[in-house]
Each structure stands twice: as C-alpha cells, then as structure tokens.
Write a protein that binds this ligand. Structure first.
Ligand code: ARG
Length: 567
C-alpha cells in the first residue's frame, strides 16, 4: 500500500532544505475537516525564524496537489493534506483481497523478544493476577510475532522456596489422608496450612521443614521425588486453564531451575564490591540510584532470594536467547522488585544491549465489587469456576437470543472466554478494574461479544454472496462517502496500530481499535442496505464488509480471542 505519510513527508522535504524527520511530525488530525494528515510547522519556526503560519502558507504555495493529494490547506500553523479517497479505498481493498496476512510486517526481523508471563506458583492457586498476566502476555506474544519478531514465551514457574520443605514434611506426616491427585492445589494448600500451624506450635517441626528444604536443594532423592510430584500435579491443573484460555510457552524453566545459578550473581557482585553485609544478609545498596530499599541478594542463612534468582535468570537468558527485549508481565505490586533488579543487573558486566532491553510491563488489579481478589484475604474465586461461569452465562444469553443456533456450547465457550480476555485487555493496562458480569458480557457494550457479534453480522452477509466478483471489477468511487471512508481509514491504519501496541506494550490500543472498527461498521450497516439490486453498489458494500470481516478476525485472534461463525 502507498505510505501516505511518507509520500507527504517527501513532498515537504523537497521544499525545505533544513527539514529533518518530517515523517515523525506528521499527524492524523482529530477530525475530517482538518484533512487526513496534518503537518505542524511549529518546530520549523524555530529553525527558520519565521512564524509557523507564514511557513505553512509558503509551503502551501510551493507544494502542488496531484492525483494522490487532492487538496492542501492551512489552518493556524498547520498544513492539512487531503488524500484522494478513491485511491485510498483501492489501496486498502486490493491489499486486503490479495494478502491473507493483512497487517503482517517484517519490522522485527532478526530481533529476539522474550516474554516472562503467566508464571503461577506451584501448589498454590492460579489467581486472577496470573490470569491477567497470561492474557496480556499472550496478546503481546502474538502481536510481536505478527511483526516478524522472534518471540519466546517463558513460564517462569514459582516452584522454589522454603515452603516446599514444609509441604514435604506435611505430606510425609499425613499424605495418605489427602487425595492430592484429585484436587492437587486444594489438597496441597490444606496440608500446607496444617503443617504451618504445627510449625508455629513446635519449633522442632520447623527445623525438620528447614532440613527438608536443605535436602531438596542438595538433591535428596525422596525430597526431589515429592517436589516433582507436587510440580507435575500442579502443572496438570494449570494446563486445564491454559487449555481454555490459551497460553504459548517455549520454556517452563522456573525458579528452581535458576536457583543454583544465583551463585554466579553473588560472586560477580562480590568481586565488584557492590555487596554489603547487613544483619547477616548480603545486599546491594541502591540509595544513590534513588531507590531507598536495598536489594537483598543473599539471606542470612545463605539462601538465594527472589531478586537474586531473577538476576541469575537475566544472565542465563541473555546467553540462551540473546534477547533484544525481555518483558516481565506482572501486576504493579512488583514495581519495586523490578526496579531493584534492573538496577542491580547493570552491575553484572552484561552488554548494555541486555540491560537496556529489560522492561517491566505492569498491570493493575482486578477488583471484585467486594474488594481485592487475593489469596491471603481468603476471598479468591477459583479461576476455573470463573471461566466456567462466563461460558454458562454466555450460553444463557445465546439461548434467549438465538435458540435455534447449532453447537451452542462451542459458541458459548468462544463468547464467554472472549469476554473475559477482552475485559482484561480493554483498558490501559495499569488501571485497576472492577469486575462486573453485566458489563463484560453486554453484546451492545464495548466488549468482546460486541466485536464477535459484529463479525458474525459480516459473516452472514458474506454467506449470501455466491461468488465475489474479482477486485478489478470494483468501482472504488462508490467508497468515497463518509461512512465507507471511516471504515477504510481505520483499516488502512491497522498495521500502524499493531506497531503502537508493541511500542508501548499496550494491547488495549488494539482492543480500542477493534471497538472503533465495529462501531464504524455498525453505523455503515445501519445507514446502508448492503444487498441491493445495483450490482456495482452491492459489490462495493460487500467488499467493505469483507474487509471488516478479515480485520476483525485477525485483530481478535491476535488478542487471543476466538471468533464464532454464528452466534
Ligand atoms: N511467580 C511470581 C508470582 O506469582 C511471578 C514471577 C514473575 N517473573 C519473574 N521473573 N519474577 O508472583
């Protein structure tokens, strides 16, 4: 497709010698009567020592309109450009027609991105924060990949820690009383609570637990065996959620795998003189970096910490994946942790490429109307149940709207899960969100089901068409009205939207876009009859419908949402 921004930038550059990076300054104005693109002359005013409005007027005199740019006008310090609507429509429709992977680019070719996401803790519930991490991480995975990046998804499992010493002790004592194969997470949690209480009463039991953990680290057969069992059973349970939600992982190497590698981190920092002793522990003081809490690298009992393991993982991942970007998808509760870790990582002697590539992609909390959903406060809802409930509710809605629909169950699954995924991605990720069934499943609201519903509408129109005429037969002058152009422009921007998503690691940019596109199509649909007698008009409207159909599907799939054919 013609890159209109670039086309305009080149035209301007030909007329101003001192101009640089014109492309970067060209904007898309907020409304149509300010043109399709605008060039603000303010930054040139400084260089040329002239008022922006004068520069704009001079430029307008010198720039010639042509077949592509049909009109140029000046408003304030802005130069507004109007694109030939017919050419724009032709470019977009032909590209959509010819390109199965519309919007795909090779921008990221040769670049390695690793995404540390989902990362639940074994023998503990997979909570709503892990859900959000999974959904955001997966969407980013898909979108980076669609731009040609080489992406790896890392499920950095929380499978390490002194609690496993306790769990082993509990299982040793009462294992036979619990059916941990049946409901592993629930039963293991019960055992954990029970042994924890005993530890509080009896110091000797606590010593036993510590001893178990030591044995586990040293590779004791019995302890390792049990730990593996807990891990495998937990993973089997998590897999049920991944089967429903998706989740693409190239590695399941968790904290336990990394822990032995933390020695190297401690040695490097020791050599650097960065480590300070503090109450028996070894820490890095970050005061001079504006971080008031020191980063604890080794506990007083000599064991590694969450931070030192993350540092070891950075070393390991730099060597293993040679990453250009390493994204960590967690809630903002871990802001301090990553600030510390990224600062200390600069002391490990790594190439700057790696330390510059580290990025914490944080997100807000999901709040139940009753408050925070957290394990500690005991009001967690079980995730599998949440997903099931969503499917159930979707089924009830479908039952009333379209009782004759075939495979309702399958459709309800796509709608129910799509609603949850979309909800997690619909707002700026750092915002907290209140979870509300009515709004996430509202077919008319700004929801996943609304996008699916629009898609299904386009499907039923396309189904009525026996044979699409060749694209060369389309009269593009029939797509120059406002409603068609609103759609065409959005579709033209699709690739740019994807770029914005990865620039900011913000999938909500794509979610908002899909809502805008669905709304634009609904307006178009309400204003126009599509299957009309006039063949030319009909074909042009059908092609527009096809374009919307394709982009909605590609976009939703990139977010991890499946589209039903009917609903
Ligand atoms: N397992 C941790 C949790 O549930 C998240 C791990 C995040 N990733 C990391 N590299 N620290 O809180």
């Amino acid at each position: 497709m013609i890159d209109f921004k670039k086309y305009i930038a080149e035209k301007i550059s030909e007329n101003i010698e001192s101009a640089q990076n014109i492309n970067k300054y060209i904007e898309v104005p907020p409304n149509d009567d300010m043109g399709d693109y605008a060039f603000p002359c303010f930054q040139l005013a400084k260089v040329l020592k002239k008022a922006p409005q004068i520069i704009a007027n001079e430029l307008k005199e010198n720039l010639k309109t042509d077949n592509i740019i049909t009109k140029i006008d000046v408003q304030g310090g802005y130069l507004n450009f109007y694109i030939n609507k017919e050419i724009l429509a032709e470019e977009v429709i032909k590209e959509i027609y010819n390109n199965e992977k519309y919007g795909f680019s090779k921008k990221g070719e040769g670049k390695n991105i690793i995404i540390d996401y989902s990362h639940p803790n074994i023998a503990k519930p997979f909570h709503i924060g892990h859900l959000r991490s999974t959904v955001i991480g997966q969407a980013l995975y898909n979108i980076y990949e669609y731009q040609g990046y080489n992406v790896k998804g890392l499920n950095y499992l929380g499978d390490y820690g002194t609690q496993f010493g306790k769990m082993i002790e509990g299982y040793k004592r009462w294992g036979s009383e619990y059916d941990i194969e049946e409901k592993p997470i629930e039963k293991l949690t019960e055992i954990y609570v029970r042994i924890n209480n005993l530890c509080k009463e009896d110091e000797k039991v606590l010593d036993e637990c510590r001893n178990n953990f030591k044995k586990l680290e040293d590779g004791d057969e019995y302890c390792v065996e049990l730990w593996k069992k807990f891990r495998d059973l937990s993973l089997k349970e998590f897999q049920k959620i991944y089967d429903i939600l998706g989740g693409r992982f190239d590695s399941w190497e968790g904290e336990a795998f990394i822990a032995p590698k933390a020695r190297e981190v401690i040695e490097i920092l020791e050599k650097n003189g960065a480590l300070v002793k503090s109450e028996g522990a070894k820490i890095v003081d970050l005061e001079s970096k504006g971080i008031n809490t020191p980063c604890i690298i080794e506990k007083s009992n000599g064991s590694t910490t969450y931070a030192s393991r993350d540092l070891a993982a950075i070393l390991y991942r730099a060597r293993t994946y040679d990453f250009d970007k390493a994204l960590y998808i967690t809630s903002y509760e871990q802001n301090l942790h990553f600030k510390q870790v990224f600062e200390v990582a600069k002391l490990l002697g790594l190439d700057e490429k790696y330390t510059n590539g580290l990025e914490h992609v944080s997100f807000g909390m999901i709040l139940l109307p009753t408050g925070k959903m957290s394990t500690r406060e005991g009001n967690t809802i079980k995730l599998e149940e949440l997903l099931e409930e969503s499917i159930q509710r979707a089924e009830t809605i479908i039952e009333t709207k379209n009782p004759d629909l075939e495979n309702k169950k399958e459709v309800a699954k796509k709608v129910g899960i799509g609603a949850i995924i979309f909800n997690d991605l619909s707002n700026n990720r750092v915002k907290d969100e209140i979870f509300n069934w009515e709004s996430i499943l509202n077919f008319q609201g700004e929801t996943g089901p609304y996008i699916q519903y629009t898609y299904v509408r386009t499907n039923s129109i396309l189904e009525k068409i026996e044979q699409l005429p060749d694209v060369s037969k389309i009269d593009f002058s029939l797509m120059t009205d406002k409603y068609s152009q609103d759609i065409i422009k959005l579709i033209y921007n699709f690739e740019n939207i994807l770029e914005q998503v990865t620039d900011k690691n913000e999938p909500s940019i794509l979610s908002r876009y899909l809502i805008d596109l669905s709304k634009a199509y609904s307006t178009f649909y309400n204003e126009n009859k599509i299957i009309v007698d006039d063949e030319n008009i009909k074909n042009s409207r059908v092609y527009l419908t096809l374009a919307v159909n394709k982009v909605l599907k590609i976009g939703a799939n990139l977010l991890g949402i499946q589209m039903p054919d009917k609903m």
